[in-house]
Ligand binder design. Structure first.
Ligand code: SAM
Length: 221
């Protein structure tokens, strides 16, 4: 550790195992990022690092560096891929995604801040104080979109990402209505290690008027 890093450096161990790298880095004043595929996070790493932080991990270099405890860490669980291939090889939304996970992922991809409202079902996030995003797996018809448009009102605008819609998308001046899959696919380069390159709020194309086909309804296994 002393050969290759200085205090304050970040140490990465992407095969964390029992978490020794992080424990040593922590005691030596380095920042650390550990990644682990297995259950070791829960069985070994988190309990161990908690002990390190509480000054209750006497092993290793504790004495040599006079470690007394302190600091902290954050733990994240990676979500599964947003898209998966169905039996026909088409990209479809991963079945493991529930509505809340889908909403959060698509907010990020569209450049909105995920902030679901407790009171307004159609506010899942915002880009400005008057521009909002609504994500739904529903197939929206004209009546539903009209009601949505009324609720949004003239002072606000709403991007509606839905699985499909049966209405003319250009009828509602305060709504931009889009189908999810094409949007997802056009913003991402799936299968790459770094998905951030195209995650940005690009200018929005004018939606095509007319009825749209149901996304993946017939294609799903
Ligand atoms: C030998 S241990 C690593 C020991 C650790 N680096 C240390 O210094 O004590 C290897 C670990 O890598 C994990 N692993 C294997 N493939 C992985 C992957 N693709 N992503 C994250 N962790 C992985 C295994 O579950 C295992 O716990």
């Amino acid at each position: 550790m002393t050969l290759a890093t200085n205090p304050g450096d970040l140490v990465l161990d992407s095969f964390a195992g029992s978490g020794t790298t992080g424990a040593v880095a922590h005691k030596m004043g380095r920042g650390w990022i550990m990644v682990e595929l297995g259950e070791h996070c829960h069985t070994h790493i988190i309990p161990r690092l908690k002990k390190v932080i509480d000054g209750e991990d006497p092993g290793g270099i504790t004495k040599a560096v006079d470690w007394k405890g302190g600091g902290g860490f954050r733990y994240y669980r990676l979500a599964p891929s947003l898209l998966e291939k169905d039996t026909w090889g088409n990209w479809v939304i991963n079945r493991d995604y529930n509505a809340a996970m889908l909403a959060e992922a698509l907010c990020k991809l569209e450049g909105f801040v995920y902030a679901p409202s407790d009171t307004l079902y159609w506010q899942h996030g915002y880009s400005t104080e008057s521009d909002f995003i609504y994500i739904t797996t529903a197939n929206l018809n004209h009546e539903q979109l009209e009601q949505l448009s009324d609720e949004v009102g003239p002072e606000r605008s709403l991007l509606v990402l839905c699985t499909a819609f049966r209405a003319r998308a250009d009828l509602y001046s305060n709504l931009t209505v889009k189908k999810i899959p094409r949007q997802v696919l056009s913003r991402c380069e799936w299968g790459r290690d770094d998905y951030s390159a195209r995650v940005e709020n690009l200018p929005r194309a004018t939606p095509e008027p007319g009825q749209m086909e149901l996304f993946d309804k017939e294609e799903s296994p």
